[in-house]
Design a protein around this ligand. Structure first.
Ligand SMILES: NC(=O)c1ccc[n+]([C@@H]2O[C@H](COP(=O)([O-])OP(=O)(O)OC[C@H]3O[C@@H](n4cnc5c(N)ncnc54)[C@H](OP(=O)(O)O)[C@@H]3O)[C@@H](O)[C@H]2O)c1
Length: 208
């Protein structure tokens, strides 16, 4: 499959390595244009292409991987209708995410009872939205070998067919998907500060 990324940071670098390793192609974009991404894609190797945000959003699946404060700008002006969009963001209110308990509490309070993907759904009207990959630091999934730990990635979303595509995509990389149901129920579980966020689940870890 062809996977488009909006954002070219730690999440994109990590997920791209898993996806390219599984034979997928990634199209990476940022706010400054493809010419600024030459080193980024060269480092990922064949299978990675620097693109515009428009090119990334035309891929089979699009992954939103910008900081929360940049999400409105990153989603603006795209016709999202029918597009499968994975929300990998965490709704940190600060430009530099504060993951201390106090920072997380402030970010949760700023949601005012909404879920972050609920807000993304309002900004990406018509997108077939699936929340995934946001529940753990990327440093926990830096093994890209075929024998990588089968780490659990949570998903949630209202579009069952879109979720199937995302779950198959996760499985293709050697990671494991556990679906938490519709956005309204599932999101709050793996949203920042939720009971399933920041928890590392894989077999090897449990045996240590
Ligand atoms: N890091 C983790 O371990 C981790 C784990 C799970 C979830 N998350 C969440 O995933 C998201 C990304 O995290 P990250 O650590 O990958 O962030 P990051 O390393 O800071 O990268 C963010 C990227 O977004 C780009 N960007 C900013 N504004 C943009 C726009 N308008 N359009 C397109 N691209 C734009 C930035 O590039 P330019 O400024 O050059 O455009 C940068 O490449 C955050 O919401 C974070 O909370 C992070």
């Amino acid at each position: 499959m062809r996977i488009g990324f909006i954002g070219a940071g730690k999440v994109t670098r990590t997920l791209s390595r898993h996806l390219i390793g599984a034979g997928h192609t990634v199209v990476v974009s940022n706010s400054r244009g493809p010419e600024t991404l030459a080193d980024f894609v060269a480092d990922l190797g064949p299978g990675a292409i620097a693109g515009t945000r428009e090119e990334a959003t035309k891929c089979d699946v699009v992954i939103l991987a910008t900081n929360w404060v940049n999400v409105p700008e990153a989603l603006k002006g795209v016709n999202w209708r029918g597009r499968i969009l994975i929300d990998a963001t965490n709704a940190h209110v600060d430009a530099k995410p504060d993951i201390s308990p106090a920072g997380v509490a402030r970010s949760q309070a700023a949601l005012k009872g909404r879920t972050s993907s609920g807000m993304v759904a309002e900004m990406a009207v018509g997108a077939r939205l699936v929340k995934a990959f946001s529940n753990m630091p990327m440093m926990w999934i830096q093994d890209f070998t075929p024998t990588k730990p089968r780490t659990v990635i949570f998903t949630s979303g209202d579009d069952g067919e879109a979720k199937k595509v995302v779950i198959e995509l996760i499985k293709s990389t050697g990671l494991v998907a556990i679906d938490l149901g519709p956005l309204a129920n599932g999101d709050a579980l793996h949203d920042v500060g939720g009971p399933l966020s920041g928890i590392e689940f894989h077999f090897v870890q449990r045996l240590r």
